[in-house]
Design a protein around this ligand. Structure first.
Ligand SMILES: [Zn+2]
Length: 287
């Protein structure tokens, strides 16, 4: 079933797991992510940046994911990641995205609240969910960098005001993770996450999931992380496979032969992650 973010996050809250939110950058790797969800029985969030949505086409993404979700009985949401302006958000919602993120984290606190609230009003009237962000996540994503000295961790007291005033369905928190981190792993501030989770009841989101140690997953999930973003790990694995094949590939070779191994690698990575995100042993079958 094609669902919104709120629906899958409520299930995650109820059964204490986290939902993987995987960034696709092209159409090639998209079915692999959806197939992994079918394989594991887990719900899935497919997310795209504005740039990817413009590259592939908002409508094409909506139609493809809706179609797969209905035919294959997979719970899938389509989410716009890190949108910073209202026109892009409106375009996504009007095309049928079931969830959007408004990233006002670089704005002054009050302006972030006001702009997020406006997005929530537009989205909720159309049964679309909204993720907001408070604090700044480090690293680089889609060419936008936040240097280490400019990272601002999320303050629990601000988080409470933010969720109450905006009515967001999910809150991205800055607890020490970085976008684009794949050569090293970060030290997540679990104490801060515990404080935020004790202060707000809104489902929490971790960005820069590639840089999180797998042994920290249970601690994150047990302390309120209900959406777990993974982007860089998919790109790195896809590129590694495809780049190696293209290096020695004759020009008339089918592009399929070079890309399918990349897609298969993505599927394997997503299945592995989803197994961890269940936060339990055995199979998951969300109804
Ligand atoms: Zn992010």
């Amino acid at each position: 079933m094609y669902v919104n973010l709120k629906t899958v996050l409520e299930q995650a809250e109820r059964d204490n797991f986290t939902v993987g939110a995987f960034n696709t950058h092209n159409l090639e790797m998209l079915p692999s992510i959806l197939r992994a969800a079918k394989h594991t029985g887990m719900p899935v969030i497919i997310q795209t940046s504005v740039a990817t949505a413009q590259y592939i086409g908002y409508d094409i993404l909506v139609n493809l994911i809706k179609n797969f979700a209905e035919k294959e009985m997979v719970q899938a949401a389509l989410h716009l990641d890190h949108a910073k302006n209202f026109d892009d958000i409106k375009q996504a919602i009007d095309a049928g995205y079931s969830s959007v993120m408004f990233d006002g984290s670089s704005l002054p606190f009050k302006e972030n609240i006001l702009k997020t609230r406006a997005v929530v009003d537009y989205a909720h009237a159309r049964n679309v969910s909204v993720e907001g962000e408070l604090g700044t996540i480090g690293g680089t994503e889609e060419g936008i960098s936040v240097s280490q000295e400019n990272i601002q961790f999320t303050r629990p007291e601000d988080a409470l005001i933010f969720v109450e005033e905006t009515g967001v369905d999910a809150l991205a928190v800055a607890i020490g993770t970085n976008h684009g981190q794949y050569r090293s792993k970060t030290n997540v501030n679990i104490e801060l996450l515990k404080q935020i989770n004790a202060t707000v009841s809104t489902p929490l989101v971790v960005h820069g999931g590639t840089g999180v140690k797998e042994e920290d997953y249970p601690n994150l999930i047990n302390n309120g992380i209900r959406k777990f973003n993974v982007g860089t790990e998919l790109i790195v694995n896809w590129n590694e496979q495809v780049q190696n094949l293209y290096k020695d590939s004759p020009l008339h070779r089918s592009v399929r032969d070079n890309m399918i191994p990349g897609n298969d690698k993505v599927e394997a990575v997503v299945i592995h992650k989803m197994g961890k995100f269940m936060n339990r042993k055995g199979q998951m079958n969300i109804k």
